[in-house]
Design a protein around this ligand. Structure first.
Ligand code: NAD
Length: 356
């Protein structure tokens, strides 16, 4: 807020917007913000949001307004088309390229890091034993075995967190680059390291969708391992595709009563068979599958702190420092990568169908 005011913006905050992060209206007002209501969006040249605006909300937006949010556009062509129709210039923060200049604007990283941490906390809270080994006069509590499936930003933080809590940690991924990172965090790597594995990373650093044959080999390798785990945390995603199914109902059934699975991919279809978005499911064999929604929101104050930095850093690139006006450089690679709609049209190449 303070920095937005410093850039020359007149800033209006929707009353109560900071409640979940324990930032009262008065705190925004103290650094130069005006406290308003949702309808004030009609006057805004720039709208900073957590999620994309609904069609109903868009009715109140000014044509030409820049909207920065996590847009979740895949599979939501109608919502993208609605933003074009409303005439707003919409930016999908999650499309920020993973280049050095844009690291400070990378919402996927800032939020996935927190999600990875919180997944371990949630898993530990549902687990009815201690995580670290404890040698006491009354006996020894064995260390919990934690298995992390998918070692991107969230997975790496989950490994680090589980290690800090004293668990014995193993991890798997389909990208070879991960192997060394897992070892450097003191965990053991487990994967089918065949020719397909060696080529599983895209130029952008993401995972490819693996063949049916690879998935079968991967399942065979992990099935035996999962049966011995106390907590399994899954984070595997493939950009623009449903999350890969990594844990079958049979694997869940092989786990000991009291074991816990935390599925961070549940909003994208889930990695664990039987995971239900927004619910904790107890299976017939007494295992629990945790499918919390919006996991970064469970550490709301930290999520908000980092997300606000991400938004500010991107917006700052769109402000002419001399005239203090919005000046979007449509040739900038960050703008090109994130802009979904502009001047009444869907402009992002991945959503050409939404334009129809
Ligand atoms: P993501 O959220 O897209 O996926 C999570 C993990 O799931 C990935 O590691 C992926 O390889 C894995 N996965 C996919 N399919 C799988 C399967 N079938 N089995 C097991 N694992 C599977 O990933 P992310 O956290 O966004 O990270 C993607 C890449 O981006 C990484 O290489 C990361 O280091 C890189 N990155 C770079 C920057 C930067 O340079 N600015 C910032 C953040 C992340």
């Amino acid at each position: 807020m303070k920095r937005l005011v410093g850039l020359g913006f007149e800033v209006v905050v929707e009353s109560g917007a900071g409640t979940s992060s324990r930032i009262p209206d008065a705190e925004f007002a103290a650094v130069g913000g005006k406290i308003g209501k949702a309808a004030d969006v009609a006057k805004a040249d720039v709208v900073l949001k957590v999620r994309r605006p609904s069609e109903a909300e868009l009715k109140g937006y000014k044509a030409g307004a820049a909207v920065l949010a996590t847009m979740d556009p895949y599979g939501n062509d109608a919502a993208v088309a609605a933003m074009a129709k409303a005439g707003v210039t919409a930016f999908a923060m999650e499309f920020m390229p993973r280049i050095t200049r844009a690291q400070v604007m990378d919402v996927l990283s800032s939020q996935a890091n927190l999600a990875g941490y919180q997944a371990v906390i949630d898993g530990a809270a549902e687990y009815d034993r201690a995580l670290p080994m404890m040698m006491t006069a009354a006996g020894t509590v064995p260390a919990a075995k934690v298995f992390i499936m998918g070692v991107g930003v969230a997975g790496l933080q989950a490994i680090a967190t589980a290690r800090r809590m004293g668990a014995i940690v193993t991890a798997t991924d389909v990208r070879p680059a991960v192997k060394e990172q897992v070892a450097s965090l003191g965990a053991k790597f487990l994967a089918v390291e065949d020719e397909e594995f060696k080529a599983a990373e895209t130029a952008g650093g993401y995972a490819k969708e693996m063949s049916k044959e690879y998935q079968a080999k991967q399942a065979a390798l992990t099935a035996e391992h999962i049966a011995k785990q106390d907590i399994v945390i899954t984070t595997a995603l493939i950009p623009g595709r449903p999350a890969p199914k990594l844990v079958s109902a049979q694997m869940v059934a092989s786990m000991k009563p009291g074991s816990v699975l935390v599925d961070l991919a549940v909003e994208r279809g889930g990695n664990v068979e039987g995971a239900v978005a927004g619910k904790i499911v107890t299976t017939a064999n007494g295992a629990k599958i945790v499918g919390h929604l919006n996991v970064p929101g469970r550490v709301a104050a930290s999520a908000s702190l980092l997300y606000a930095k991400n938004l500010f850093a991107f917006l700052e690139t769109m402000v002419d420092k001399t005239s203090k006006q919005i000046a979007i450089n449509r040739d900038d690679e960050l703008v090109k990568a994130t802009m979904l709609t502009d001047a009444g049209k869907v402009v992002h190449p991945n959503f050409a169908n939404a334009a129809a």
